[in-house]
Design a protein around this ligand. Structure first.
Ligand code: AMP
Length: 112
């Protein structure tokens, strides 16, 4: 069971900012920006690489949730970043698909 599956099951506490029947979002425990939350599907997909065509609607929903929580956090005017890490080179540490939503400061490019 992954860490995020335990959060979904209520076995580990999280600071939720959004919940619906398909997805939840909660604040990252180690924020890399003034606002840093993770959007995850309830479905236990390992990463975006594991998503099938049948998950296309779910993936779109996750992006919509990311935009909603960013707007709710007041990030619309200045902008923000949505990123998902995949695998070792992508820097993924938790094997449950998650979108990072980061904002409240200017982001650099390219990422490290
Ligand atoms: P990644 O490295 O892309 O797999 O992202 C995993 C993220 O999960 C990191 O940004 C961690 O800080 C975050 N994280 C780890 N444990 C927790 C936790 N218990 N609650 C919230 N976020 C966590």
């Amino acid at each position: 069971m992954t860490l995020f599956a335990k959060i979904l099951a209520g076995e580990i506490p999280a600071d939720f900012v959004y919940q619906d029947e398909l997805a939840v979002a909660f604040r990252d425990i180690s924020p890399q920006a003034p606002f840093h939350a993770l959007v995850i599907p309830r479905k236990p997909l390992t990463s975006v690489a594991a998503a099938e065509q049948e998950d296309a609607g779910l993936l779109g929903h996750l992006l919509r949730v990311a935009a909603k929580i960013a707007a709710d956090a007041g990030l619309d005017e200045r902008g923000y970043r949505v990123v998902t890490n995949v695998g070792e080179d992508g820097g993924q540490t938790v094997e449950h698909l998650h979108l990072h939503v980061l904002g409240g400061r200017a982001m650099s490019w390219p990422p490290g």
